[in-house]
Design a binder for this molecule. Structure first.
Ligand code: NAD
Length: 505
């Protein structure tokens, strides 16, 4: 398997981003940033203290007061320019993502493209913030509603989409007139700084967008800071729950998206070749480190044996290696510890009675990168660790089911409800599934049903804490609060005291 083409890098120390400029960390604490394809440390990221977060909030609060009075035309103009810069420099951004996350360049380009969609959506902010108006609700009285920004809002994002997930939040939050503080994952923090530079170049005023790197200390400072009105979070379920509970306890609006266990139900009438292509792509793309990855195939009836054979045929053709080598299809995992944890699930599945059809641990790599081959495990059942936990690696588990009803029950009984898919040629069965299934995002012959930017993204059950999904119309709703104005311009000559409760007349 091929190693990276890149020469060893000089280890540098990254900065925060405040007032449209890099800002050195002052806490004295840093974390290493690895190149997962080589296993080497390539940078150190500063970890902000509570005081540093507070300084960022002061800057953001001052900037937010001015930014909210900028016209919709100015705000959409910044978004159009931001979109143009992102589009022109997408390959550079993808290279940054690939270097720190490990995903292959083509996949990183895909993530950037999906992020740009969200900025395009935010370009339409003049239309999105159009309020309602009712004339003559009572004689001479009109009522109208307006959407106003919240002030300073924050985003806390995961390692697996270091460009796309921040872009799910940034465009809408800024276009709605808020100042935004991003706390990216400390594992791949550089994409956030690149986005900050592009926003500055797009004309965003100083202080409206900040990047504060950090770990739990910075996150807790965000959750406790009275100057932050709302928090958007994407990450694992235990942390999402903590963010939701702590943030709301402190009076904030919180949307916290958590982990997943996405099942793909394959009915006996499905086109097995197509289902196998979809399962392989959705399970192993980005080394399985996608919240919408398919991690479980539920094969109904005789679909099972045929599907296992078809998936097995495709596996040896996958090209695994460094993200910057053209032609590679899957890169390493994010850290050595995570790679070993994923490998542990293959071991435990074997010990708990499942059949490891393809064992990713058998593939040897020629360097210290965090690589693991792909695995296919048959006969997986609830109660086994490989089924019960979110593995977040290139491991596809197959569960056998006798019927549609048994498969559906398995999905509905699962604690997570992020994404799911059905593969069938029966439109009636697909429609029934869409009606029955207790999952927030559903694919019909589509394995990774991430909604386009003008819908909203969000799972059910332990995959989302809060009641607002991310981006799209629900994103705009999250980043604004509505105000309803009741107005009349009466002739003072007819004015009189009336202690009755106001009624329409
Ligand atoms: P994570 O929960 O470990 O980290 C997410 C963020 O929380 C990071 O910014 C991190 O610094 C911070 N954090 C980590 N531990 C913390 C703690 N103890 N206290 C406070 N903050 C803490 O998640 P990850 O490993 O970066 O990302 C992978 C997870 O994210 C997976 O579970 C995946 O399913 C999930 N995810 C979900 C979605 C979705 O839309 N539902 C999208 C992408 C990723």
């Amino acid at each position: 398997m091929t190693t990276t083409t890149e020469p060893p890098v000089t280890v540098h120390t990254l900065t925060h981003w405040l007032s449209n400029a890099p800002a050195e960390g002052k806490s004295g604490r840093t974390a290493p940033v690895y190149n997962p394809a080589t296993g080497q440390v390539q940078a150190h990221v500063p970890l902000a203290s509570k005081a540093e977060l507070d300084a960022a909030v002061q800057i953001a609060a001052a900037a937010a007061r001015k930014w909210r009075s900028s016209s919709l035309s100015v705000r959409s103009g910044v978004m159009f320019k931001f979109r143009e810069l992102l589009s022109a420099r997408r390959s550079e951004l993808a290279a940054i993502v690939s270097r720190e996350h490990g995903k292959v360049h083509s996949d990183a380009l895909g993530e950037v493209a999906r992020g740009i969609e969200n900025v395009e959506y935010a370009c339409g902010i003049p239309t999105l913030l159009r309020g309602g108006y009712s004339e003559q609700v009572s004689t001479g009285v009109d009522v109208y509603s307006i959407q106003q920004p919240l002030g300073v809002v924050a985003g806390i994002t995961p390692f697996n989409f270091p460009a796309m997930v921040p872009l799910w939040m940034i465009g809408n939050a800024l276009a709605c007139g808020n100042a935004f503080i991003l706390k990216p994952s400390e594992k791949d923090p550089s994409a956030a700084l690149f986005l900050a530079e592009l926003l500055r170049d797009a004309g965003l005023p100083d202080g409206v967008f900040s990047v504060v790197h950090g770990d739990k200390e910075a996150v807790d400072a965000i959750l406790e800071h009275p100057g932050i009105a709302a928090v958007s979070f994407v990450g694992s379920t235990p942390i999402a729950k903590y963010i939701y509970e702590t943030g709301t306890k402190n009076g904030k609006r919180v949307q916290a998206l958590g982990g997943a266990k996405n099942h793909m139900l394959v009915l006996p009438d499905a086109d097995i070749g197509m289902a196998a292509d979809a399962a392989v792509s959705a399970a192993y793309g980005s080394a399985g480190e996608r919240c919408m990855a398919i991690s479980v195939v539920v094969a109904v009836g005789d679909a099972g044996d045929k599907l296992i054979e078809a998936v097995q045929e495709r596996i040896p053709k996958l090209k695994i290696g460094a993200g910057d080598v053209e032609g590679n299809e899957m890169g390493p995992l994010i850290t050595r510890e995570h790679r070993d944890k994923v490998a542990g699930y293959i071991q435990s599945a074997q010990e708990q009675g499942a059949k490891v059809v393809v064992d990713g641990r058998d593939i040897k790599f020629d360097n210290e990168g965090f690589f693991l081959g792909v695995s296919l495990i048959d006969g997986v059942k609830p109660g086994m660790d490989a089924y019960d936990d979110e593995i977040f690696g290139p491991v596809l588990c197959v569960v056998r089911a006798e019927s549609y009803a048994e498969g559906l029950k398995l999905i509905n009984d699962n604690e997570f409800g992020n994404g799911t898919a059905i593969f069938t040629r029966d439109g009636g069965a697909a429609r029934q599934f869409q009606f029955d299934v207790e999952v927030g995002m559903v694919g019909v012959n589509v394995p990774v049903p991430v909604p386009v930017a003008y819908y909203s993204f969000g799972g059910w059950k332990a995959s989302l804490f809060g009641d607002t999904h991310m981006y799209g119309p629900e994103g705009v709703k999250f980043y604004t609060r509505s105000k309803v104005i009741t107005s009349r311009w009466p002739d003072p000559a007819g004015s009189k005291v009336d202690l009755g409760f106001p009624q329409t007349r």
